[in-house]
Design a binder for this molecule. Structure first.
Ligand SMILES: *[C@@H]1O[C@H](CO)[C@@H](O)[C@H](O)[C@H]1NC(C)=O
Ligand SMILES: *[C@@H]1O[C@H](CO)[C@@H](O)[C@H](O)[C@H]1NC(C)=O
Ligand SMILES: *[C@@H]1O[C@H](CO)[C@@H](O)[C@H](O)[C@H]1NC(C)=O
Ligand SMILES: *[C@@H]1O[C@H](CO)[C@@H](O)[C@H](O)[C@H]1NC(C)=O
Ligand SMILES: *[C@@H]1O[C@H](CO)[C@@H](O)[C@H](O)[C@H]1NC(C)=O
Ligand SMILES: *[C@@H]1O[C@H](CO)[C@@H](O)[C@H](O)[C@H]1NC(C)=O
Ligand SMILES: *[C@@H]1O[C@H](CO)[C@@H](O)[C@H](O)[C@H]1NC(C)=O
Ligand SMILES: *[C@@H]1O[C@H](CO)[C@@H](O)[C@H](O)[C@H]1NC(C)=O
Ligand SMILES: *[C@@H]1O[C@H](CO)[C@@H](O)[C@H](O)[C@H]1NC(C)=O
Ligand SMILES: *[C@@H]1O[C@H](CO)[C@@H](O)[C@H](O)[C@H]1NC(C)=O
Ligand SMILES: *[C@@H]1O[C@H](CO)[C@@H](O)[C@H](O)[C@H]1NC(C)=O
Ligand SMILES: *[C@@H]1O[C@H](CO)[C@@H](O)[C@H](O)[C@H]1NC(C)=O
Length: 516
């Protein structure tokens, strides 16, 4: 029990004696075995101390880093590319600056180590930073499209100031190094001896340079912030416009597909089906007529037999010819609405509006006077033009689809003439067969055989020619109407294109007025 008590006393005593021990063996700074008033605690004089000031610089570099980091999130590839030089320079400034100030901070806090070695490391980092300045300047110069020449000039000036600052740092390290080495080599360093050799002026200068860095940097932060915010705002703007125009492009595509479907079903198929219906109807009447004629193929009267066989043969050939002709006409009846011009005008709209938007975006990022307020005033006008032109193009297509549908109905009406002609041709035969059966009187049968010959003659002389002419006229009508339709639609699309130009000019004038 007594033994433990003794140990406890010893521990307490040991802890208590450390500061006293420090008095004879002073606490270190810059690997100097001395405790300078204020050096470690931050009040060497009104400018603070090395550790505190390097921390300020490091904080500032962190700020640079985190501001420009947001540029990694840009959605617009072109803007991302344009901002790359700016971002790389700030990243590089941070990456090359950090080792200098981190090294200095470590050196100021460490209790041991070779001053010369540590300072050489820092000087090497400084040299590397100075060597990078030329690259930084070139990279920043390359961002003039985005930042404008004044913006580039501002950043360029700051980079030069910072590089001169770290060069000064190097000079000051050279200045304080001999004194620090000398103190380190003292055989019996007393506080008074250390105090008297400590390079106060040099350390003060060092702090002054660090604070200069902080001041140059801090006054640049709002400017960097403003640049980054403008870039991000324009990223949002361009991305929004791209999304609006992309959406419209795809709506237009599906609207064109719908219009195409309407024209396919409501015009082309309508006409083709009408032609096929005529064919089917003719097939029906011819089939029923030939069935009746077949009854007389073995008639006792040879002339009746012959007339029935001839008439049937001719009717079958007529059916074949008419069917083939109608199929061919149906095959030739195709109605499509050309979507290419519509797409072209939409593409042109998007291209022109995007181009205008980029001009605005770059004038904002490069801080052209008035750009911010003109952007605020006009940025939604850019979306309106593609929407307007989209609406105009869609109504051209839908309007024309409706016109064509009514034209198609009229053309179906015209086909009634062909139908009537074929019906009347078949009727010629049916009239001859009306009331006739194989058991009818010979005189009646002979009379009807003559009637059939008359019908055959009409078929041969008229049938082919008339139907052919009628269908040719139909084809001509279709061709003309489709041609008129294409012209009407083309003019409508051209009007949309004119509207585009008018709208763009008026927006352009309004924006120019805002800037002037
Ligand atoms: C520190 O290192 C340098 C070489 O880097 C050497 O010349 C010098 O003697 C060293 N000083 C001490 C105190 O060890
Ligand atoms: C830094 O550069 C200077 C001048 O270019 C040179 O004299 C010095 O040796 C270099 N220091 C280091 C540590 O590289
Ligand atoms: C900066 O870029 C411009 C062209 O954009 C060029 O004329 C000028 O020489 C460049 N200046 C520097 C320092 O690279
Ligand atoms: C350049 O810097 C000055 C002040 O530092 C500022 O007033 C001006 O707006 C800056 N120009 C640009 C384009 O950032
Ligand atoms: C560099 O040091 C010189 C003289 O010591 C001083 O006049 C100048 O302002 C300093 N420059 C910077 C950027 O700290
Ligand atoms: C347009 O629509 C068609 C279907 O109608 C589709 O196959 C095509 O991929 C679409 N094109 C675009 C660019 O969306
Ligand atoms: C129009 O529609 C028809 C039938 O749906 C299709 O075969 C044709 O490829 C379409 N044409 C266009 C240009 O979309
Ligand atoms: C069928 O058409 C051909 C020519 O296409 C014509 O020479 C022939 O007379 C036609 N036959 C009938 C029965 O109409
Ligand atoms: C007429 O219709 C029948 C049955 O509907 C069919 O088998 C025949 O092929 C058709 N004839 C022609 C020439 O289309
Ligand atoms: C109609 O077109 C189809 C396919 O395009 C073809 O197979 C057919 O032979 C054509 N018919 C006529 C009568 O031209
Ligand atoms: C169908 O069109 C082709 C060429 O477009 C033409 O040579 C042919 O005569 C047309 N057929 C009919 C039946 O009109
Ligand atoms: C319109 O633009 C799209 C996408 O860029 C392209 O695929 C298409 O071929 C263009 N159409 C016309 C008619 O220029």
């Amino acid at each position: 029990m007594k033994k433990y008590h003794h140990l406890l006393v010893c521990l307490v005593l040991c802890i208590v004696t450390i500061p006293q021990h420090g008095d004879t063996n002073p606490r270190p700074d810059f690997a100097v075995p001395a405790r300078m008033t204020g050096v470690g605690s931050g009040s060497l004089d009104s400018t603070g101390n090395v550790v505190q000031n390097t921390n300020r610089v490091l904080n500032l570099l962190d700020q640079f880093q985190s501001i420009t980091e947001t540029l990694y999130g840009l959605q617009t590839p072109e803007l991302y590319r344009l901002a790359t030089g700016f971002r790389l320079v700030l990243d590089s400034l941070v990456e090359s600056g950090s080792p200098i100030f981190q090294g200095l901070s470590n050196a100021a806090r460490l209790s041991s180590g070779n001053i010369t070695t540590v300072f050489d490391g820092i000087r090497q980092s400084i040299n590397a930073t100075i060597a990078l300045n030329e690259l930084h300047q070139a990279a920043i110069n390359g961002t003039s499209l985005l930042l404008g020449t004044a913006g580039v000039q501002n950043i360029s000036t700051v980079l030069d100031q910072l590089v001169r600052n770290v060069a000064n740092l190097s000079v000051t390290l050279d200045e304080i190094e001999p004194a620090l080495v000398e103190i380190q080599q003292l055989v019996r360093p007393s506080q008074a001896l250390v105090d008297s050799r400590y390079p106060r002026d040099g350390i003060r200068k060092l702090n002054g340079i660090l604070l200069d860095y902080v001041n140059i940097g801090r006054s640049t932060v709002p400017q960097i912030n403003a640049i980054v915010n403008r870039i991000r705002m324009m990223d949002g703007f361009i991305a929004r416009l791209a999304s609006v125009t992309g959406g419209l492009r795809s709506y237009l595509n599906s609207t064109l597909a719908t219009v195409n479907g309407t024209i396919y079903n409501g015009v082309q198929l309508l006409l083709q089906n009408a032609l096929r219906t005529i064919r089917t109807n003719f097939n029906g009447t011819v089939t029923s007529t030939t069935r009746k004629l077949k009854q007389f193929f073995l008639d006792d009267l040879e002339s009746v037999q012959l007339a029935a066989r001839n008439a049937s043969g001719l009717l079958v050939k007529r059916l074949t010819n008419v069917t083939e002709l109608l199929d061919e006409v149906a095959n030739n009846t195709t109605v499509v609405m050309e979507g290419h011009e519509t797409e072209w005008v939409m593409n042109r709209t998007i291209a022109i509006v995007t181009e205008l938007a980029w001009r605005m975006a770059l004038s904002v990022t490069s801080s052209v006077p008035g750009a911010d307020s003109c952007f605020a005033k006009f940025n939604y006008e850019y979306d309106k033009i593609p929407r307007l032109i989209y609406g105009s193009l869609v109504s051209c297509g839908q309007g024309e689809a409706r016109s064509l549908q009514s034209v198609a109905n009229a053309l179906v009406g015209y086909l009634g003439v062909v139908q009537a002609q074929l019906t009347s041709e078949a009727d010629q035969y049916n009239q001859c067969l009306s009331g006739l059966v194989p058991g009818s009187a010979d005189a009646l049968k002979l009379q009807r055989a003559v009637c059939l010959q008359g019908a055959e003659q009409l078929s041969a002389i008229w049938g082919d020619t008339v139907v052919d002419n009628q269908l040719q006229a139909f084809e001509e009508l279709v061709r003309e109407e489709v041609g008129y339709s294409a012209t009407r639609h083309y003019q409508c699309v051209q009007t949309s294109d004119q509207l585009l130009l008018t709208e763009v000019r008026s927006l352009w004038r309004a924006i120019a007025g805002c800037f002037s």
